[in-house]
Design a protein around this ligand. Structure first.
Ligand SMILES: Cc1cc2nc3c(=O)[nH]c(=O)nc-3n(C[C@H](O)[C@H](O)[C@H](O)COP(=O)(O)OP(=O)(O)OC[C@H]3O[C@@H](n4cnc5c(N)ncnc54)[C@H](O)[C@@H]3O)c2cc1C
Length: 458
């Protein structure tokens, strides 16, 4: 199974499958977005693939296609039954078929096992384990720092009641982290300052390239049997937590923004609506919506580091990254960590209309973020897109130039501390939502701002 895929080509590297092949057989190459760039997978069919939201623009059928569809035979089915006569609940804990079902579950694991240290008590009901993502330089990502802050402030006693405690016992626990791959000194330092008491460090040649199934199983092997397992709501965090929930039989909630006595509050529909959920069971699995929290340090501690001797099941490596193309990732990483982002929308006019905004980006030492119209028209790369289907950013200042403020764009800038709009339309949503607005042609306004910056800096 793969998620977050943008394109697939039938046949793949070694040319199997193809249009003439038997349906569901052969090989495909799939390309998806990873933290370090575009990740390329090669896998056998049949495969289950989830498409990256917004990665493909909808294409409506031609009139001929619609006429044909009207003549299509309608087949009615009874409600599907669980396989092998299992109830959905028993299916959840005792395994089905394929990638997940082939793998032993809790209590009968043959996956990773503790090595250079004694296994600790993993049934502490108040323990929260956070999957910590690191960037290509080995630094803890901003969104992981946010997720750890959530774990500390929302799920521990000093921050208020937590849903999981209602079902799992009184709070008394710790926030622990799990890191897969190299662990840098600076990551250990940052995790200590964020209040992570234990780092479970998982390193193995078979985990060097990302494989959702293998990584998820490794996380499951060190996860608490009761308590909370969580990650930030990045594509990777979502995918791993979904795999982990299936493997542990735990209930899962995605895009959580708060936990209190009434349950978990989570974002749905791209952040435009909220939903309250309660998870029962000993273990709850969560992802935390990006930029719902500002990372907060606490009194620094020196985390205990636990290393493991791992064995990785061959079956879990079936969908492993073959190679990564890194170009797009550098831009995206700069965008999500920039303190100042200058946004550019259709209002720039054309692909040649970015001169003033790019100069302003330079002056501010920030990053360029664009609307989907801009990437859709091919004026700028997708890596620069901000919004529901682009990056979610939390700069100190976001200067939106010629962007109307569509709901999908606003979903990506909720974390901006100060919002400045430059727009010809005083009634546009962006102007209405901005802290400061300048009504006028962006080329003139941004040009004048650049001149003033140059003049003041001498
Ligand atoms: C499933 C889905 C996902 C989506 N995901 C995203 C996403 O992630 N990010 C995203 O941005 N959009 C996304 N969209 C698209 C979104 O709905 C809007 O279409 C898009 O954000 C509009 O881009 P825009 O503001 O640049 O263009 P427009 O809406 O056309 O606005 C252009 C603005 O520029 C102003 N303007 C024009 N000329 C000038 C000038 N010379 N000077 C100053 N101002 C000027 C106009 O007044 C207007 O306000 C998504 C849509 C869908 C359906």
């Amino acid at each position: 199974m793969l998620t977050n895929i943008q394109t697939i080509s039938v046949g793949g590297a070694d040319g199997g499958g193809g249009s003439g092949g038997e349906r569901g057989s052969g090989r495909i190459e799939a390309r998806g977005i990873g933290p370090a760039g575009t990740e390329i997978f090669s896998l056998d069919l049949p495969a289950v693939i989830a498409v990256h939201e917004g990665g493909v623009d909808p294409r409506y059928p031609s009139i001929t296609g619609r006429m044909k569809a009207k003549k299509a035979q309608v087949v009615e089915y009874d409600a599907p039954r669980p396989r092998h006569g299992q109830s959905p609940d028993s299916a959840r804990t005792s395994g089905g078929e394929g990638e997940f079902g082939d793998h032993p579950r809790r209590g009968a694991r043959s996956g990773s096992r503790p090595g250079r240290c004694a296994r600790r008590d993993r049934s502490d009901p108040a323990m929260t384990l956070v999957f910590v993502e690191t960037d290509p330089a080995g630094e803890v990502t901003l969104t992981s720092a946010e997720a750890i802050t959530f774990a500390r402030s929302q799920l521990l006693p000093d921050g208020g009641a937590a849903t999981s405690r209602e079902v799992s016992g009184p709070p008394s626990g710790s926030t622990e982290g799990v890191v897969i791959g190299p662990l840098s000194d600076s990551a250990v330092d940052v995790l200590g300052r964020l209040g992570v008491s234990v780092i479970h460090h998982l390193e193995h040649p078979d985990l060097a390239e990302y494989s959702a199934a293998a990584w998820a199983q490794a996380i499951v092997d060190v996860a608490p049997e009761s308590g909370t397992l969580l990650a930030s709501g990045t594509p990777r965090g979502m995918e791993l937590m979904a795999h982990a929930a299936v493997r542990t039989g735990a209930r899962m909630a995605a895009n959580v923004i708060a936990a209190d006595d009434d349950g978990l509050l989570r974002q749905v529909h791209g952040g435009t609506a909220f939903e309250r959920v309660r998870l029962d069971g000993d273990l709850q699995v969560l992802t935390i919506a990006g930029h719902a929290y500002t990372p907060e340090e606490t009194s620094p501690i020196t985390p205990e580091i636990i290393a493991y001797d791992l064995t990785v099941a061959e079956a879990d490596l079936a969908t492993r990254v073959q190679r990564t193309e890194v170009e797009a990732a550098d831009d995206a990483a700069g965008l999500t960590s920039a303190k100042a982002v200058v946004g550019a929308g259709r209002g720039v006019g054309s692909e040649n209309g970015f001169a003033e905004v790019l100069e302003l980006v330079d002056h501010l030492g920030g990053a360029l973020g664009v609307s989907r119209v801009v990437t859709g028209l091919g004026w700028r790369p997708h890596a620069e897109q901000v919004g529901q289907t682009g990056s979610r950013i939390s700069p100190d200042v976001y200067i939106a130039c010629g962007i109307s403020g569509a709901i999908q764009h606003m979903a990506g800038i909720e974390g901006a501390k100060t919002l400045v709009a430059i727009n010809t339309d005083a009634e546009s949503t962006m102007v209405q939502r901005a802290d400061y607005a300048i009504i006028g042609d962006l080329h003139e306004v941004v040009g004048a701002v650049n001149e003033e910056i140059v003049r003041r800096r001498g």
